[in-house]
Design a protein around this ligand. Structure first.
Ligand SMILES: CCCCCCCCCCCCCCCC(=O)SCCNC(=O)CCNC(=O)[C@H](O)C(C)(C)COP(=O)(O)OP(=O)(O)OC[C@H]1O[C@@H](n2cnc3c(N)ncnc32)[C@H](O)[C@@H]1OP(=O)(O)O
Ligand SMILES: O=C(CO)COP(=O)(O)O
Length: 655
């Protein structure tokens, strides 16, 4: 896996970057939408009509087998269960039609030209892709991928979409006719639904009549940070390969980053407990004022295709699975499940590798570390140092070389709503709203701005995570020996494994990668005595530690709150509101420093980590999920964490 990961690391290559809106600004939109479209299906696969696809699924021996099993188990007649399966299929089914793609192509050209100054596409697709796997940050993601495929005369994909989109009147049907198929959330133990969905997905993969696109993260990341992958769809996609029904499967990681995300304020509000507005056509029309704003540049980068056959070499004895009759369900053993998990993680890591950072994500990092504001010259100086550091750590940065740095930074700043330069001073500005406000409301508005700013920083976070973990581990290891630092590193990495994406079981490689990053930027020396932070006043190591501090502080606060008597047991529903109230109190009393501690995403990740580490147990009782805290285990983790980060760890950097 590691070899493949390195082999696919993308290098910034300006020759390979196109602005796909440039030609659209020059040419006719209607001519573009109505032009001859001559995409060929992958490897000469024959086109498949919607009804033919549905018939294949309905009549598949596999689905018939599961239906008869369910009929026996439930005592219902076979025909009744079959009818249910057909209605699931009708609800799910895509209905891709070129006329709708043309319609969307026309409408989206108009919209994109208003919203974005450029949509930069990196690496033209050299082969017909099979499984497209983009990261997911915005509703714009899936629009742009189909748009790019249509623009470059490539087969337009069919796309796994969450069912709420189906409920939007008119829009749901347009999306279906543009290739969306709809899947329910939280399928749980619904055997028939799993069977229909998995056969539907497998038939698409097996026939290859169109590329399949799915979002392995499962939803839009509210923090713009990569999410740990969901495995259900990944397994369905890989099954035809395991069963020898296809020779190979090609996975294409796609990395999307934004100067500004359309939903930025809604996403930050969700993190602070404001419910997501329901997807409705009325809501969409009401949101049309977004068209009045400029969202800068969007960067889409297609990574090198990954061959599943290559990945499986020496790991998956396919012969064993070939022996299972194809109509029988595949019961994945531990080794197969591990492989599916590894492939999904690999793809998320490749998405991270392909991300192009914009100047604002570096500026946001500096700004968050100077919450009381910073003068423009210092801000510029620190941002440029950070740019050098990020480049040394392998980041691809979209920083126009032909413009003066100050101009690049000013124009990036001008796009944003959460920061302002006043009298030569840069500062975060709280969200506007009616006043007067209580202390708590004021904190909410500041927190919302801070979380928006943090989400742009998060687009760059993966570049720093591993060196930062080594830097933090070094601050508190009992000695500078490699073993001691590595053991602190492992504890921190394990605790933060729901927060950042790591390849399972690759702690040693991650540690090496962190060390070599620090060595590359002159922040570390390694000799027989161990690891030593190097550069002048240890600025880089201290800075990197501060990058992780908002996360570490949130975990410390969650651990502290869970030690309170009132949190011995709690329901899933109450966890976020109760923890938020407790954290807000601590924040207002000055015991918590970072606004980011109010983020429900980090709080939920901390809880998931504690469940994984056995310090909190999770059970389902009377339709709700309940948690029970093992106080002594939580206390143990709390004190190990406190001892794993130096008390002198600053929240703000000296870079
Ligand atoms: C020219 C211009 C054109 C423009 C043209 C526009 C185009 C416009 C198109 C619109 C297109 C929109 C696109 C939107 C984009 C999204 O909507 S993203 C959201 C939808 N997509 C996804 O979620 C994909 C990724 N998700 C997954 O893979 C999830 O696993 C699934 C399949 C959805 C299931 O989710 P879930 O129910 O939450 O289940 P999950 O947590 O994965 O697993 C639950 C349990 O089931 C078990 N399980 C797994 N597999 C199975 C199985 N086969 N059988 C039984 N149990 C299983 C798991 O082991 C797990 O067990 P526990 O660990 O809990 O014990
Ligand atoms: O359904 C989706 C469409 O992008 C993704 O789910 P969320 O709205 O929860 O991000």
């Amino acid at each position: 896996m590691d070899r493949v990961l390195r082999a696919h690391a993308l290098k910034s290559d300006p020759e390979n970057v196109f602005d796909i809106l440039e030609e659209r600004r020059r040419g006719s939109d209607i001519g573009y939408a109505l032009r001859t479209f001559s995409a060929q299906p992958y490897c000469g696969a024959t086109p498949l009509s919607v009804s033919a696809l549905n018939r294949m699924v309905q009549e598949s021996p596999y689905l018939r087998y599961v239906i008869s099993e369910i009929a026996v188990e439930s005592g219902e007649p076979f025909e009744c269960v079959k009818e249910e399966a057909v209605s699931i299929l009708e609800e799910m089914s895509q209905n891709l039609q070129l006329s709708f793609i043309r319609l969307m192509g026309f409408a989206l050209t108009k919209i994109f030209k208003r919203l974005f100054s450029a949509i930069r596409l990196q690496r033209a697709i050299q082969e017909h892709p099979v499984i497209l796997m983009p990261n997911h940050r915005s509703y714009v993601d899936f629009l742009i991928i189909s748009y790019i495929m249509f623009t470059y005369d490539l087969s337009v994909p069919v796309i796994a979409a969450g069912i709420p989109l189906m409920g939007m009147s008119l829009i749901g049907e347009i999306l279906r006719r543009s290739g969306a198929f709809f899947i329910r959330r939280a399928i749980g133990s619904d055997k028939l639904y799993w069977a229909v969905l998995s056969e539907y997905v497998r038939t698409i993969v097996r026939t290859g009549f169109a590329p399949l696109e799915f979002y392995v993260e499962g939803l839009r990341s509210r923090t713009l940070k990569s999410l740990n992958p969901k495995l259900g769809m990944m397994q369905m996609v890989l099954e035809p390969f395991f069963k020898g029904e296809v020779y190979d499967i090609t996975l294409v990681p796609i990395s999307i980053s934004y100067d500004r995300v359309l939903e930025e304020s809604l996403l930050a509000h969700e993190l602070l407990g404001v419910p997501k507005p329901r997807e409705t056509t009325r809501g969409l029309l009401k949101a049309r004022r977004v068209l009045e704003e400029n969202y800068g540049c969007m960067h889409v980068s297609f990574g090198n295709p990954v061959s599943v056959r290559e990945l499986a070499k020496g790991r998956i004895p396919r012969g064993q699975y070939n022996l299972i009759p194809r109509d029988l369900p595949l019961k994945p053993g531990a080794e197969l499940q591990k492989f599916v998990g590894d492939v999904a993680h690999l793809l998320v890591l490749l998405q991270e590798r392909g991300l192009v950072l914009n100047p604002w994500s570096l500026m946001a990092l500096i700004l968050l570390q100077n919450p009381d504001g910073v003068d423009w010259n210092t801000f510029t100086h620190k941002t440029l140092r950070l740019r050098t550091l990020a480049a040394q750590l392998g980041a691809q940065i979209d920083w126009p070389a032909q413009l003066p740095d100050s101009e690049v930074m000013s124009s990036s700043m001008a796009l944003q709503s959460v920061a302002r330069v006043e009298k030569g001073y840069v500062r975060l500005v709280e969200e506007a709203g009616p006043g007067p406000v209580t202390q708590e409301e004021f904190a909410f508005r500041r927190a919302s701005a801070a979380l928006m700013c943090a989400s742009y920083r998060n687009q760059a976070l993966h570049v720093f995570t591993r060196p930062a973990l080594v830097a933090v581990a070094m601050t508190a290891a009992p000695s500078c020996s490699k073993e001691d630092v590595f053991s602190r590193f492992c504890f921190l990495q394990d605790l933060l494994a729901n927060e950042f994406v790591f390849m399972p079981g690759h702690a040693a490689q991650d540690f090496e990668e962190g060390c070599s990053g620090l060595l590359r930027c002159g922040a570390l020396s390694i000799d027989d005595h161990g690891l030593r932070a190097m550069d002048e006043e240890q600025d880089t190591a201290v800075f990197l530690g501060a990058v992780l501090e908002p996360f570490i502080e949130t975990y410390q606060v969650v651990l502290r709150v869970l030690c309170e008597e009132t949190f011995r047991t709690f329901t899933e529903k109450r966890f976020v509101p109760d923890v938020r109230a407790a954290v807000m109190k601590l924040f207002l009393s000055g015991e918590v420093r970072s606004y980011e501690c109010l983020s429900s995403d980090t709080q939920k990740n901390a809880l998931a980590a504690l469940v994984r580490m056995g310090a909190v147990s999770k059970s389902r009782a009377a339709e709700q999920v309940e948690y029970r805290v093992n106080q002594s285990a939580v206390m143990r983790i709390r004190s190990t964490l406190d001892g794993s980060v130096a008390s002198k760890l600053p929240l703000y950097s000296r870079l």
